[in-house]
Each structure stands twice: as structure tokens, then as C-alpha cells.
Design a protein around this ligand. Sequence first.
Ligand SMILES: *Cc1c(COP(=O)(O)O)cnc(C)c1O
Length: 374
Amino acid sequence: MIKFSKACVAGNELKYINEAIQSSCISGDNIFTRKCHKWFEDRLNCKKVLLTTSCTHALEMAAILLDIGDGDEIIMPSYTFVSTANAFVLRGAKIVFVDIRPDTMNIDESKIEEAITTRTKAIVPVHYAGVACEMDSIMDIANRHNLFVVEDAAQGMMSSYKGKALGTIGHLGAFSFHETKNYTSAGEGGLLLINDERFLQRAEIIREKGTNRSLFFRGMVDKYSWVDIGSSYLMNDVSAAYLWGNLEKADDINLDRLSSWQKYYDGLKELENNGYLELPKIPSGCVHNAHMFYIKVKDLDERTKLMEHLKKNGIITAFHYVPLHSSLAGLKFGRFDGVDEFTTRDSERLLRLPMYYGLKEDEILDVVDTIKIK
Ligand SMILES: *Cc1c(COP(=O)(O)O)cnc(C)c1O
């Protein structure tokens, strides 16, 4: 059987977890968290990062940092994970969904401006499959309308847009280390990127239960106390130790995934040329991380049949998001601005193929051949 996804194990994870336990410093902000923080700040070239318990929580921290409140509007695609919306709904915001571009499944930047009202506070682009949104246009719109940009880069570690790492372009960025993502921490995990200096100090406070404990540890206040709202958003150091095992092999992992991605692409190109399916598109200026390999078939019916055919042959595939705007909570907390031309249609015909670190060449060829005989 070929699984759809496997958590990344690069080799030294158990050793580092052991080290963390031996040090008896297994709560947050210990040795492995510091190693990971430094790695991200150097590699992504950003001012400040904070490991969090999940990307969901990094997004929640972003919503608190931006002082999102009752009646504020947040613009995002409907084709995304629930956490992108929930983080802002929890603060009382209304979600304004706009359509996606069919080439990348990312928010259609040309539809954002018409969705802006006097209540709009932020735009949340989601870099689907680790392929960047059109960030120059999005930042330009945000600047002209005085809006914040929070990048949901959950899937985008090691991807870039015009030379800049995803997550470093907006005011804030969020990543995930869930087991389904390219890099994993033990349990759940995430990362908040703080690109705008105004948020530096308060981000630490919110992550530390609303206290100035971080300042205290740096000797900048003589005791720590409750100064703001916050919660417990620190990743524990055992999780960070696992993540460090992944990060020290980050380039190998990235190359392995990109090579699998290319094999799928080359193997399925003929079917695209003959009009049987569509392959992912990578716009110029975007370097991606092979987070996923998806194909798009004619419609829902054809996708259901292809999924079953692959399953019968021992290959597990997955479709993806059910558009948020038509979900129970989406109807309650959001509205769709403009016309849903591609969100529903393309979400119903997209199918994700097996993709993980260590996927073998003969397994990829098996998937390709099994699709071809259908
Ligand atoms: C995975 C994912 C999340 C949530 O990440 P967690 O770490 O599981 O909280 C949010 N947004 C997108 C686009 C994702 O793919």
C-alpha cells in the first residue's frame, strides 16, 4: 500500500528528544527551542520568530496582536483550512471570502480590492501547496488601504516569492509543523513570524500567558507580572527537539520532495497534454517546496471514480478543503464577496497524490501508471 502522507523522520529525532529529557528542561524556550529559533531567523532572514503549539495558535496570536474585535472584517480565500478563519472569528471578526485563481488555488489578488469596506482590518493570503500568492499586489493593496497582512504560510516552509521566504513579507506570518507538513515537531507545532517591529514585545507577552516573563529572563524587569491578555502558546522543548532533527536535514528533505514532485510532473505531463487532467502551475518568481502534488480532473464524479480506482490498487489519495463559505460556520461567520467562479468548482475536482519525505521512485511510477490505465 502507498500511504498518502508520513511524518518526516530524518534520523536524529530520538537522540535529541533524549537529550531534551536528560536536560530536564522540557517546557518551552529551552535549548532546542533556541536552536530552532536561530535556524529560522537565519534561514528565513527575519527579525523574530516564536515557536508555538500550532499554526492555529500562531494565527490566534496574530489576531490578538492586530487587536481584531467585534465587527472587524478579514479578507481571505474560502479555499483554506478552518483555522485561518477561526483565529479571527474568535476575536469577533466577520470573514469576507473572495474567490481563488484556478492556476494556483490561491486568493485572486484582483478580487481583493472590491471586497474592502470601512471595517476591513486585514488580508490573510494562504500560500496553498507552498506556492506563493501574488504578494506584490497584495502588499500594495494593503498599503494603500492601511490594512495588515497575515500570511498563512502553514504549508510554505522553504518556499519563496521573488527571493523572499514566505511568511516574511506580510506584517506577520504563521507556519505549521503538523505531521502532514514538510517539517514536523513531536505532537503539534507552529511558528509565528514577527516582521513588523511594533509587534515584537507584545508577541512575547501574549505567548507567555499575558506576562512579561521574557523581559524578566533577559533581566529587563525585576519581577514578572500580568500585563496583557494572552495564553499558553509555547512549544515544549521535546517537540522542538524532534523539529530540530528535521531542520538539520532541511535541505535534504526539500530536495527529496522536489525530486518526487518532478517525477510526478514528468510522468503525468502527457495526460495533461492530451487534455485528461491538469497539473499544478508554479508562477515565475515563486520557488516552491513540493508540499503537495495535486491533479485536477473534469469534475467531482470523475474524481470520486479515480480515487476509488487508486484505492483498489493500494494507493491512498485525498481531496482537500470543502470551501468555508458554504460550511455551517462559514455561513454564520462570513460572507462571500463577488462570484464563486472557481472556489467550489476547482475544490471538487482536485485530488492530492501521495507525497512525503522518502517516497520511492517505483512508488511514484506505480501511482502514475495506475492513473494512466484508468
Ligand atoms: C495545516 C494548516 C493550518 C493549521 O496548522 P496546525 O499546525 O495544524 O494548527 C492552518 N492553515 C493552513 C493553510 C494549513 O495547511
